[in-house]
Unconditional design. Structure first.
Ligand SMILES: Nc1ncnc2c1ncn2[C@@H]1O[C@H](COP(=O)(O)OP(=O)(O)OP(=O)(O)O)[C@@H](O)[C@H]1O
Ligand SMILES: [Mg+2]
Lengths: 354, 263, 304
């Protein structure tokens, strides 16, 4: 393992009596793209602002490239930041905005102009240098803000929900652009979002936050498929949760609504009689019995939602309902509400939440 | 940061001193009428003065008429500009700003020359006409404030949608204005009204040049001839202004906040 | 845009048969704003124009520049000069003091109640002008005023012995500042509120010092509103008469007081010279505004 580039160590932040970040730890590799994902108010922005230097940690330290920057002023940290509301300077042209950091650093004008042109190319707005921010769309403004942040070659790039003020289409294209620019420049990046799809699609790793703590840090694949806590499992993706009672701990038998499923090797330590939460992703469940799927449960179709290429079916199993998606095939009519139905899945896909 | 806050306190303290010392001094002065002891004698004299009562009453009445005239001119216009003729907005805004540029004394000078007793429109030929001209003059003075207050009020309620909704329900124009628009901008209109009142009640220039028996000229007259009463009158005037502004603030708490659409 | 045409149909359907809708449209449209325009023309624009034209006529009604030329006599020039000085001094002092107070209450990290109390008070004080204001300053800084007496008794400093007089340029300026500062506060606070916190943070992450941020962003951004307000304050002081008249009688020869005396009693013994004085006042306040508009359109292309 290489030396971490950014290391956030045991950081805590309190505003008066309220602690909003507690014992936060994270190591980020050079060139890595890490997302902070979590519900509103969980402390994502606060951690980011401590890295930028706008808030001082109540405890712990922040190290960048081996140097403790915890007490450094924001303007001495060489960190680029992009804000949700663009925050372009309205009185400066696009080129002047991008050149702001270069100018205050005292870069000669010719060099600065070259760098600005380069940046405008990177964000694919080469003709826009003379415009003022109000003459640009939100997506364009945010790209300028990105260019402005990376023009002085910062050691770290921090983005606080940079896409949430944009409409859905722009959001998707811009996030891919951000990711590709970031890869090209190899700049270590922290990206705050509350949109899980965003985090899953562009991150090297995700830190899922809850109540001021990092619940789990891992690759998108790990976060989605092997959530470490109940919160992560619930927050990332759609999840069907069923309550079950262990009937035979040794052979892994669990009773769900008077039907039995076998979860061999997944019960780690539960005793007979314990109740468990069992979770399944919609895409792990099929309607009807299928070869290769070792478990099944029967219930009744409760709702059918036609979503175009996909039909979302909700099946009632005892008191619980399970959502699953089937592809729409014109040859087979969708199931009808009230029909008896059987769902099947692999016990290996079942998540046991403790 | 620390030193910034220190300077903020310094600036604030200096400002507070500049603004409070004259008020304190005036209160103190107004209570000096009786030799050797503080008293409210000056206030008693002022309130007991029949000319105070007469001129104050006259100015209140003038203010009320000014407000009515202002509302009648501004509300339909602001409404119509928002609803149907947005292209006229710059022109109307420009005109409503003119009274801030043209001094009141110039406007009233123009009135005296244009509407004198020998002119085709002899406002100044009769008492009623002169009173009307004073109300008109005050309405122009208040125009910038009244227009802005009402226009802001209209902006927050989304006039167009409300009007269309009323039309769909079959309402006529009279009903729309009196039952739909006015109640919704009432707060804004009242704010403009209290501001108008504060401006008009002690106004001196127009009233004096039109020879009206108003409160402003009375104040000036007392100032020229008495010692302690002026200070008492200043405190009374300050209290009236304060009252008007407080009413505006209280009203603003009831103002509709949600705008369905920013425009 | 679509909803305009929608309501057009609705109105046309109610007030006239469809065939007439086109021809009916223009007059009914204008009917809504007619009272306003008639009022503005009759009681704002025509009286002003009347004076402006009168400034270029003699008693026989012939065109002349004599009245304007007559403004050059020393007493009138002196009146304009002292008016301009008082207005400029009070608006600049008011503007900078008001700006400092506004920044202190918005950005200075003071408790929230100070901000709202200051704003409320400013609303009151900006409207506390005219005759009562003069009374308040007489009670403070007049010969028997509290501040005068206290300074004399406590510090042994007699301001009147040191050349101060409430009935003077500085006395009047200090008095005008009482409504100029709060007016500035009331108008400029929203502009300072409009400065986004993120701008400062963005500048900081880009390596700018606080001073660089102010020079490159804050000052350019609030400059137009600031200048516009200064001009408003200037016009506000330039046209004011009541305070000065109540304070100084006619001992301080400012333009509005001169014009007031002229209107009352033709002290200049030339009716048309009064028109010329009024014309001069409009020209000065008008020029200030033209300068402001020119400045805005020319140097502030970033303003929408
Ligand atoms: N300056 C402050 N003073 C007091 N409390 C604060 C301050 N800043 C943030 N908080 C509190 O800290 C908590 C975390 O805030 P933070 O802005 O970090 O959340 P977030 O995860 O970024 O949320 P969102 O997704 O809504 O942006 C919130 O409960 C917030 O109210
Ligand atoms: Mg946040």
């Amino acid at each position: 393992m290489t030396e971490p580039f950014l290391s956030i160590q045991h950081v805590r932040k309190s505003f008066g009596p309220i602690t909003v970040v507690q014992d936060f730890n994270l190591d980020v590799e050079p060139g890595e793209f890490v997302s902070f994902l979590g519900p509103s108010g969980c402390g994502k922005t606060t951690v980011l602002r401590m890295v930028a230097g706008f808030e001082e940690p109540s405890a712990g330290k922040i190290v960048v490239a081996g140097k403790d920057i915890t007490r450094l002023k924001p303007n001495q940290r060489n960190v680029g930041m992009v804000f949700q509301a663009y925050a372009l300077f309205p009185n400066l042209t696009v080129a002047q905005n991008i050149g702001f950091g270069l100018k205050v650093a005292g870069m000669p004008k010719a060099d600065a102009d070259r760098r600005i042109a380069e940046m405008l190319d990177i964000i694919k707005l080469p003709q826009m240098g003379d415009r003022y921010p109000y003459q640009l769309s939100g997506g364009q403004q945010q790209r300028i803000a990105l260019a402005r942040a990376i023009a002085p070659k910062p050691k770290l790039l921090l983005l606080d929900e940079p896409l949430s003020a944009l409409d859905a289409k722009v959001r998707v294209s811009l996030r891919e652009e951000i990711r590709s620019i970031q890869k090209k420049l190899g700049i270590t990046t922290i990206f705050v979002t509350h949109d899980q799809e965003e985090a899953l699609s562009i991150s090297d790793r995700i830190a899922v936050m809850y109540g001021g703590k990092a619940e789990q840090v891992g690759t998108p694949f790990e976060i989605y498929n092997r959530p470490a806590t109940k919160f992560v499992a619930n927050f990332v993706g759609t999840l069907n949760v069923l309550e079950g009672t262990v009937t035979d701990a040794a052979s892994g038998k669990v009773r769900v609504n008077s039907q039995e499923v076998s979860l061999k090797g997944k019960l780690n330590g539960s005793k007979s009689g314990d109740t468990l939460s069992l979770a399944l992703r919609p895409e792990a469940i099929s309607l009807g019995r299928h070869p290769g799927r070792d478990s099944s449960l029967s219930g009744e179709i409760a709702e059918v939602h036609f979503l175009g290429s996909v039909i979302r079916v909700r099946v009632g199993i005892g008191g619980a309902t399970v959502s699953l998606d089937t592809f729409n095939s014109p040859a087979t009519p969708p199931p009808a509400v009230g029909e008896k139905a059987e769902i099947s899945f692999s016990s290996g896909d079942m998540l046991v939440l403790h | 940061m620390k030193s910034g806050r220190f300077w903020a306190w310094v600036v604030f303290a200096l400002g507070a001193a500049y603004f409070f010392i004259p008020l304190i001094a005036t209160v103190e002065f107004s209570m000096r009428m009786r030799r050797g002891a503080y008293s409210f004698d000056a206030y008693k004299v002022v309130f007991g003065d029949p000319r105070f009562q007469a001129t104050f009453g006259y100015s209140v009445l003038t203010a009320v008429f000014t407000i009515i005239l202002g509302v009648l001119i501004v509300v339909p216009t602001a409404y119509w500009i928002r609803l149907r003729m947005p292209q006229l907005r710059p022109v109307v805004e420009f005109i409503t700003l003119l009274p801030l540029v043209i001094p009141a004394i110039v406007i009233v000078f123009g009135y005296i020359r244009m509407y004198g007793s020998n002119s085709p429109l002899p406002f100044l030929g009769s008492e009623t006409g002169a009173n009307a001209l004073l109300v008109i003059g005050y309405a122009t003075l208040a125009l910038p404030y009244m227009y802005r207050a009402v226009d802001t009020g209209l902006r927050t309620i989304d006039v167009r949608t409300l009007t269309e909704a009323a039309q769909i329900l079959g309402a006529g124009w009279g009903t729309i204005i009196t039952r739909v628009i006015l109640p919704n901008v009432l707060i804004a209109v009242l704010s403009g009204a209290f501001l108008t009142f504060a401006i008009v009640i002690g106004e001196f220039t127009m009233a004096s040049l039109l020879n009206r028996p108003a409160f402003g000229p009375y104040l000036q007259n007392v100032g020229a001839n008495r010692a302690y009463e002026p200070a008492a009158l200043a405190i009374i005037a300050f209290a009236i202004t304060w009252g008007c502004m407080s009413l505006i603030q209280i009203l603003s708490r009831f103002a509709p906040r949600s705008a369905n659409r920013p425009n | 845009m679509t909803d305009i045409s929608l309501s057009d149909h609705a109105v046309a359907g109610k007030t006239a048969p469809p065939a007439d809708a086109r021809s009916m449209r223009l007059p009914t449209q204008w009917l809504g704003v007619a009272p306003f325009f008639i009022f503005a023309i009759m009681f704002l624009i025509l009286p002003t124009l009347y004076l402006m034209l009168g400034a270029f006529r003699n008693d026989a009604g012939e065109f002349t520049f004599e009245n304007i030329a007559a403004l050059a006599q020393p007493s009138i020039v002196a009146a304009y000069w002292i008016s301009i000085k008082v207005s400029l001094a009070s608006s600049l002092i008011g503007a900078f003091a008001g700006l400092a107070i506004a920044i202190a209450i918005v950005r200075g990290g003071l408790p929230e109640w100070i901000r709202s109390a200051t704003l409320t008070f400013s609303g009151v004080a900006s409207n506390f002008a005219g005759v009562p204001l003069a009374f308040a300053f007489l009670a403070t800084l007049g010969r028997l005023g509290l501040a005068t007496v206290l300074l004399n008794v406590l510090v042994g400093f007699n301001i009147y012995a040191h050349g101060f007089n409430i009935l003077s340029f500085w006395g009047l300026t200090l008095t005008y500042v009482y409504f100029q500062i709060p007016l500035m506060v009331v108008i400029i606070v929203p502009a300072i509120d409009g400065l986004k916190k993120e701008w400062g943070e963005a500048a900081a992450t880009l390596g700018a010092t606080q001073a660089q941020f102010w020079r490159m962003v804050v000052i350019p951004v609030i400059w137009p509103s600031f200048l516009g307000t200064v001009i408003l304050l200037f016009a506000n002081a330039f046209g004011a008469i009541a305070t000065a008249y109540a304070l100084t009688g006619s001992s301080l020869n400012i333009v509005p007081i001169l014009l007031y005396a002229q209107i009352r009693g033709d002290v200049l013994h030339n009716a048309h010279l009064g028109y010329a004085i009024a014309f001069g006042m409009i020209v000065i306040t008008g020029l200030a505004n033209v300068f402001y508009i020119w400045f805005r359109t020319r140097s502030e292309r970033w303003l929408k």
